[in-house]
Write a protein of this length. Structure first.
Length: 149
């Protein structure tokens, strides 16, 4: 492999990292701001999660929304974007666990990922889990490309 192709690989990795970071930031800034602007509605979406004390739903709705916003912003910052990636990965794991728990317990809820969802359905919940798993894969690719560079 000559020096030119290694430089080309580094440049391609840098572009892929930038695209992934921008895409992930866009998703989480949008989702977080939608939830933050209507945190009472989002809190109602947390009520079916019976493992949560009911009096925590309002607080958790605000915390989740603003954590998404912060994570979306941090992933854009050049020196600490992996912190934002870790935050997004952690959020996705929480979302996957919560949605899987609900499905396992026969609780069908609207996702509320991007504001008011459509009619709640098991298939929509499965699609949300798949979307969150895809985001986790993107985080893995971003981390791999960063470590490789």
């Amino acid at each position: 492999m000559d020096g030119h192709s290694v430089h080309g690989d580094d440049e391609m990795s840098a572009w892929m990292c930038a695209i992934l970071r921008l895409g992930l930031a866009s998703i989480f800034l949008y989702a977080g701001l939608i939830k933050a602007s209507n945190s009472q509605q989002f809190a109602l979406g947390l009520v079916p999660f019976t493992f949560l004390p009911a009096h925590w739903t309002g607080f958790l709705a605000v915390v989740i929304a603003w954590t998404e916003v912060v994570a979306g912003a941090v992933i854009l910052l050049p020196r600490i974007y992996l912190v934002g990636a870790g935050m997004i990965g952690g959020l996705c794991i929480v979302f996957i666990v919560a949605l899987s728990w609900a499905l396992w317990n026969g609780i069908v809820i609207p996702c509320s990922c991007f504001g008011d969802g459509a009619t709640p359905s098991e298939s929509a919940m499965v699609m949300a889990i798949i979307r969150d798993a895809s985001i986790l894969v993107s985080i893995g690719i971003l981390t791999f490309l960063t470590k490789r560079a």
